[in-house]
Design a binder for this molecule. Sequence first.
Ligand code: FES
Length: 161
Amino acid sequence: MRATSSTERSRLEPEPVVRRDFLGLASLLAAASALGFGLIGMLRLPRPAVMPSPSKKFKVRLPESLPLGTPFIPPGRAVALYRTGDGVYALSLVCTHLGCVVKPSGEGFECPCHGSFFGQDGAVTKGPAPKPLAWLKLTGSNGSYVVDQGSTVPQGTYWRA
Ligand code: FES
């Protein structure tokens, strides 16, 4: 019978993994994972990261029952339309201070960002907004209108159809 020394190991009792080998293997695995996830991320790059912005021109139908002097805000748009005795006008709801969307408040609009107030005609009643809300180009008739958010008209330009 052969005597085994304490340094020899049998096949049933494998040599333990050396710590340096284990760390090397782990770092290799981590590098491969980072490379794999990086490649997956790069495959997603060609797709646009943002949705295309909606057209600046849009159609809107004013409700028949809309009372004079009451704003109508089409869903998803930062625009208010008013029907008055002088005609119809569209007001941009983008604050002239830093561009927040103003909200209806009392007789006009309030900016939630820095507290500017605007009247129904867009005039500034409380700063810090430096200019009135823009009046937008409007065309159409019989309660159906096309608003062009890319074109402004002088304040007081009513659309009569
Ligand atoms: S963005 Fe409206 S008050 Fe500043």
